[in-house]
Design a protein around this ligand. Structure first.
Ligand SMILES: NC(=O)c1ccc[n+]([C@@H]2O[C@H](COP(=O)([O-])OP(=O)(O)OC[C@H]3O[C@@H](n4cnc5c(N)ncnc54)[C@H](OP(=O)(O)O)[C@@H]3O)[C@@H](O)[C@H]2O)c1
Length: 321
């Protein structure tokens, strides 16, 4: 069977390695090239088996691929996305460079697949969402789309991520001894860079609400759990019903009664969501709990959902459910 050639820029990073592993197990895709910067020339084992040798980014034969994933850092990605597009190649950009709220370009949809599937299908370039925004926005969408948030309210998000969310580049504060048996907030004071895309989407959906987002660093490799507290316009008689209805038939969103845990989602391309009414407060409020694997649904897995759509394949092919 003829396989479609796809390339990965930034393949030696966490998201890039995950992408290479998905491509090697994909029934319709073949890896045309995998690039690295400092790790160029190295051959490594991939997370799910198989091996890959990294080429220099400048040596990537962009025009030999039908689609390129850019898993380069933001800032570095935009130039290579432009080069790939100039070579007539479709692109899924995992960096923030083309996301809404970050200098989005005309005709480049925000690839939150469960929201923008129709736009992604016809696109030549897609901006893959950030990991926190994927967990938080999938958790919030049923409330945002149905006007269930109290107008003018502040939506409070407390979330925690494993250390792979910060990428593979060495940093003192991410050394094992600094992270293990520890827990701390970062991006405090509502300053995390992912707020830009989340605010932009809330505005696109014409919702009048503030977002307050506090991320934390978990002493584990992968996974994000977000606890989102939302003041409601009115009490919900069946709190989970909006999520059940919104995500009926969605393979990669699990709406559940029990609270989601990271072990339910690690190495899987899913968002797992549960909700609870907040008891003992005067105004109606709801808590949404949303868990993902930051490298899978939060990065490579969602990128593959989008690539499948752009290449005319079934959205779920080659993805661990
Ligand atoms: N990690 C996550 O959970 C996650 C989730 C969603 C989105 N993202 C986004 O996905 C992208 C990749 O993230 P990551 O965590 O995989 O990062 P990473 O582990 O730091 O990997 C970055 C990759 O880009 C390469 N690279 C760095 N600077 C380069 C340059 N100037 N020119 C060419 N190549 C360069 C690196 O090569 P060498 O290692 O060989 O130097 C590596 O392959 C980022 O834009 C990030 O924001 C990450």
């Amino acid at each position: 069977m003829h396989k479609i050639p796809v390339g990965v820029l930034g393949a030696s990073g966490y998201a890039g390695r995950e992408l290479c592993a998905l491509i090697q197990r994909h029934p319709s895709l073949t890896l045309a090239f995998a690039t690295a910067n400092s790790q160029r020339g190295e051959t490594v084992d991939l997370p799910l088996g198989g091996r890959v040798t990294f080429a220099a980014t400048e040596d990537a034969a962009l025009d030999k691929a039908a689609l390129v994933f850019s898993a380069l850092p933001h800032g570095a990605s935009a130039e290579w996305v432009a080069r790939a597009r100039a070579a007539g190649v479709k692109v899924v950009d995992l960096s923030a460079d083309h996301r809404i709220g970050n200098g989005a370009s005309e005709g480049v949809p925000y690839g939150l697949t469960e929201l923008r599937r129709d736009q992604v299908r016809g696109a030549d370039c897609v901006a893959n969402p950030g990991c926190y925004p994927t967990a938080i926005l999938i958790g919030l969408l049923p409330l945002l789309e149905r006007g269930l948030v109290l107008p003018g309210a502040r939506i409070d998000v407390s979330a925690a991520s494993g250390v792979t969310g910060a990428g593979l580049s060495p940093r003192l504060d991410l050394l094992y001894g600094e992270v293990t048996e520890n827990f701390r907030a970062y991006g405090a004071g509502n300053s995390h860079r992912h707020l830009k895309e989340m605010r932009a989407l809330v505005a696109e959906l014409s919702v009048d609400a503030d977002l307050q987002f506090t991320p934390h660093l978990l002493p584990i490799a992968r996974g994000i759990l977000a606890t989102i507290t939302v003041p409601l316009a009115a009490s919900l008689p069946d709190p989970l019903a909006p999520w059940r209805e919104r995500y009926r038939g969605e393979r990669f969103v699990e709406v559940v009664e029990e609270l989601p845990e990271l072990r339910h989602v690690q190495h899987r391309n899913v968002v797992r969501v549960a909700v609870r009414m907040v008891e003992g407060v005067r105004a109606p409020a709801l808590q949404v709990f949303s868990a993902i694997d930051n490298l899978m649904k939060g990065a490579a897995g969602q990128a593959m959902q989008n690539a499948n759509l752009m290449l005319g394949l079934d959205e779920w092919v080659g993805l661990p459910a």
